[in-house]
Write a protein that binds this ligand. Structure first.
Ligand code: G6P
Length: 641
């Protein structure tokens, strides 16, 4: 979603701010901007650059912002920067952050420097009433954003101390925010605050410079010394010093907000031989699964203590697994579909009643809490606002057994759940999730085995056999990736279509859902998925020769039923594209295109069948010429509701 970077330093900070934006750009890329305190730089004081706040904004990509700041000679040692994913107001330069406040009565269209500059991630729910009140006091608005009200509010509260002004401002805000603010009269100060959106503090060179960012990734190569701010924290960055105040207004000690050394990852991984990050990430799946399973010698409770990043020792996991009598999975998007696969595993193998809910629905409905439920959140980023809110809602209902399957060890999700399984997909840049999904499935399968063991439903032989199959996954995935040329050929057909249906049954119904999601996200083809048995209850009415029907057909107990569903499609001139296991006896014929999967993989089959669907979506999008890694209107990490 939106990205924030801020800095207080003695050197020109613009290159660091813009590079930080480049690392965060894949999360939100409607527009971007930077504002610096020109007079904060010694050189500026000597006259080459006028003092005060300077700003550059663009609806082009960050690379072009870099050119703009060079052309306009924007330089300063204190500054803030932002990449935007539009919520209020269209993607346009006047809606791009940083937003200025010029004070009351100023010309809204002025290009002169503002008094306050501010960047914001999140949504201010009471922005309309705040806007009306500020307008009544003479503030002139230059954008349609909810953010601009915060800039004007800070200005209205300012009487010589930016920290005090921000403190007074946030007391008036309802909603979610992470903000970073500078004021023209305080050249060496950035003030930040977080409530509902992530914000971290980076301690730079020998503690003399300090940074703010919405993710440590923005500061890769700049500092690995990170303080994770918590809900309600206010932070004051000045040259050579910083302090943090908690939501009760008390200053926090270093012990309360410790500096942690984080493993630097820039996210700006090399593309290597690939055209897009999504393609690279699809092909990284054998490695990602191998890394995720590295060191898994057996099903032991320590697997769920968050790979050492977590406080709960393995023994606690075991106690919890023995005590719980049901599972509630909460997630969004692709992560939700991995939860849907896990439901089949958990009920079949572990015999545990399992419910899977879209996080944004769960948090707002009346449900019947069961304190003996294991609440499992699934998230690639660990920062998805709806999933975090659903977790907190479950906790507020008295469900204290919480576990996350998450790809980011330092995320809020891992910090807020008692137990964690951290997947090792590595940084995922493509907005359409691929390797995060298959590694989530690997983690969820291990969780299933652990719960089965705790419930006395897993013999040593079964454990050994499941683990053997898991260890063979990287090799099996390589064989599936070798099918790419056949999927390129399918993609040529799909690129000419405007609709597609995906069918699956049982364990593979969520895989059909994920295949449809991938296709619509990046190729903009309307795609829907159905459990194949539902075909005759509606979607069959849509089947014509212009509606390709993708069918996931593993050789499982439902194969014969699925074959009947396929006949129903063929009888209406529908064209089938079938992913069939070797021994299914489904052959290519008129109107039936078959890709033969290398081997049948039992319970783990969903991890293999999703890969051709990822490749189909990818190559269809390439054939249609869309922006594969940054599809329109979407964002990688959705940190607003
Ligand atoms: C966004 C992303 C999806 C992702 C979903 C959930 O919609 O574009 O790829 O599946 O958020 O994100 P999470 O980080 O919680 O898995």
């Amino acid at each position: 979603m939106c990205g924030i970077v801020g800095a207080v330093s003695t050197r020109n900070i613009v290159p660091i701010l813009v590079q930080g934006l480049q690392r965060l750009e894949y999360r939100g890329y409607d527009s971007c901007g930077v504002a610096v305190h020109a007079s904060s730089l010694e050189a500026a004081r000597q006259g080459s650059v006028p003092g005060g706040l300077q700003r550059a904004r663009s609806t082009a990509r960050v690379a072009e912002l870099l050119e703009q700041v060079a052309t306009e000679h924007i330089a300063g040692a204190t500054g803030i920067a932002h990449t935007r994913w539009a919520t209020h107001g269209a993607p346009a330069v006047h809606n791009a952050h940083p937003h200025f406040s010029h004070g009351t009565g100023a010309d809204a269209n002025t290009t002169s420097a503002g008094r306050v500059a501010l960047v914001h991630n999140g949504i201010i729910e009471n922005h309309e009433e705040l806007r009306a009140a500020l307008q009544a006091r003479g503030y002139v608005f230059a954008s349609q954003t909810d953010t601009e009200v915060i800039a004007h509010l800070v200005d209205s509260h300012y009487s010589g101390d930016l920290f005090d002004a921000v403190k007074a401002t946030i007391a008036e805000l309802h909603g979610a925010y992470a903000i970073a603010v500078v004021h023209k009269d305080e050249p060496h100060r950035v003030v930040g605050a977080r409530a509902g959106s992530p914000l971290i503090l980076g301690v730079g060179q020998e503690g003399s410079e300090h940074f703010l960012a919405s993710d440590a990734m923005a500061l890769a190569g700049v500092t690995d010394q990170i303080v994770y701010l918590e809900e309600g924290d206010l932070v004051d960055l000045q040259l050579g010093r910083y302090w943090i105040v908690g939501k009760d207004g008390a200053a926090l000690t270093p012990a309360q907000r410790p500096v942690r050394t984080v493993q630097a990852h820039s996210g700006a991984a090399e593309l290597g031989p690939y055209r897009h990050y999504m393609q690279k990430e699809i092909f990284e799946q054998p490695r990602a699964i191998a890394d995720t399973l590295e060191g898994v010698a057996g099903i032991v409770p320590e697997l769920f203590d968050g790979a050492g990043v977590h406080g709960e020792p393995g023994a606690a996991a075991w106690r919890v697994f023995k005590e719980i009598d049901s599972v509630l999975i909460l997630a969004c998007g692709t992560s939700y579909y991995s939860g849907c696969v896990a439901k089949y595993w958990l009920e079949d193998i572990a015999g545990i009643p399992t419910q899977v809910e879209v996080a944004s629905e769960y948090r707002y409905r009346t449900s019947v809490p069961n304190p003996r439920t294991l609440v499992v959140t699934i998230s690639q980023s660990g920062e998805t606002a709806d999933t975090l809110a659903a977790l907190r809602h479950a906790q507020s209902l008295g469900m204290q057994h919480t576990l996350t399957i998450c790809n980011v060890a330092t995320s809020a999700m891992v910090r807020e759940c008692k137990l964690a399984y951290v997947t090792r997909a590595g940084v995922e840049i493509g907005v359409a999730s691929t390797k995060a999904f298959t590694t989530q499935l690997a983690g969820l399968f291990l969780l299933t085995l652990a719960l089965a063991q705790a419930k006395g439903r897993l013999t040593d032989e079964q454990e050994a056999s499941h683990l053997k199959a898991m260890r063979h996954l990287p090799v099996a995935l390589q064989a599936v990736l070798a099918l790419e040329p056949q999927l390129i050929s399918w993609a040529e057909d799909f690129a000419r279509m405007e609709n597609a249906l995906f069918l699956g049954r049982g364990l593979h119904y969520p895989i059909a859902l994920e295949g449809a999601l991938k296709l619509k996200e990046i190729s903009y083809i309307h795609a829907e998925a159905y459990p194949a048995g539902e075909l005759k209850h509606g979607p069959l009415a849509l089947v014509t020769s212009a509606m390709p029907v993708v069918t996931v057909a593993p050789n499982d107990a439902l194969l014969e039923k699925l074959k009947s569903n396929m006949q129903e499609v063929r009888a209406r001139a529908g064209v089938l594209y079938v992913l069939a296991d070797a021994d299914t006896h489904i052959e290519s014929s008129e109107g039936v295109h078959v890709i033969r999967m290398p081997e049948h993989y039992g319970h783990l089959s969903p991890l293999l069948h999703v890969v051709p669907l990822q490749l189909l979506a990818y190559h269809t999008a390439c054939a249609r010429g869309t922006d594969v890694d940054k599809p329109r209107n979407l964002a990688k990490s959705v940190t607003v509701e």
